[in-house]
Design a protein around this ligand. Structure first.
Ligand SMILES: C[C@H](CCC[C@H](C)C(=O)O)[C@H]1CC[C@H]2[C@@H]3CC=C4C=C(O)CC[C@]4(C)[C@H]3CC[C@]12C
Length: 243
């Protein structure tokens, strides 16, 4: 039984690579860059750093023909509902366990974000959320975590999930279709790499996605009361209440 990918699958994977190609662009300037360069990063700095990833995820989505089939209401609802989950998946790929920090090619390598930044956040939930994030890191196999294309497909499976405020039947149908298509493409891709062994990912993924929902649902108040709103970018404040 050949696990070789066919031309349609190979083209679909190229489209995914293309959509994500801007994620690692070096950062040129602005408030976000200043926040990254600080040795001591405040919650406000973390917000401005998240702004970078959020804006790039929005750009990524808009490069996807599948995303552009949706109504504007549907597009908004998917980004609103999936943003923190996609950020968290991004966080797994950028997480460096040796230094317990997030590293990124977006800025010179000496600039990192320490996971200990959680300790400055809302005392009601900072510890549990930090633990949940570390649990999520452990929930994804090492080889999955290090595979950029697999992670991109996981982010698309997350993006195309049923969310609140998706009201049009055609949007709901399209979301289910693309969720199925990206899930199938991920497992065909993994089969082309691991053959029979790809089966082990079948049960890993649903569990990890379940954890992702819990993380996202409990993230809303994480930055509450810790951010100088006038110094923070507006986009992240749509996902994390600050006051
Ligand atoms: C991936 C990102 C660092 C690299 C940023 C850089 C622009 C890039 O995307 O390459 C880190 C910085 C802050 C982290 C969140 C902080 C709080 C969080 C709170 C949670 O509950 C889950 C995880 C998140 C969203 C973290 C995900 C990873 C982030 C975005």
């Amino acid at each position: 039984l050949s696990y070789q990918l066919n031309t349609a699958e190979l083209r679909a994977l190229d489209n995914v690579r293309e959509a994500f190609s801007g994620m690692d662009e070096p950062l040129d300037s602005g408030r976000q860059r200043d926040s990254f360069m600080k040795t001591e990063k405040s919650p406000t700095d973390i917000m401005n750093i998240m702004d970078i990833t959020m804006r790039r995820l929005v750009k990524m989505a808009k490069k996807l023909p599948a995303f552009n089939e949706l109504s504007n209401e549907g597009k908004f609802a998917l980004l609103k509902g999936g943003m923190v989950e996609m950020l968290t998946v991004r966080g797994v790929t950028r997480f460096d366990s040796a230094s317990n920090s997030w590293k990124t090619p977006v800025v010179p390598s000496q600039y990192t974000v320490p996971v200990s930044m959680f300790d400055q956040l809302n005392t009601d939930c900072k510890d549990i959320q930090k633990n949940r994030f570390m649990q999520f890191v452990g929930a994804l196999n090492e080889e999955l975590r290090k595979n950029e294309l697999a992670i991109s497909l996981i982010m698309l499976i997350v993006l195309f999930s049923q969310r609140e405020n998706v009201n049009s039947p055609s949007d709901r149908m399209l979301i289910d279709k693309h969720n199925r298509d990206y899930s199938t493409l991920l497992f065909r891709y993994l089969e082309s790499l691991y053959g029979e062994d790809a089966r082990k990912f079948q049960e890993v993924l649903p569990r990890a996605l379940g954890l992702l929902h819990v993380i996202s649902d409990h993230s809303i108040t994480l930055f509450m009361g810790t951010v100088k709103t006038e110094e923070a970018e507006p986009l992240p404040r749509e996902f994390f209440k600050t006051d």
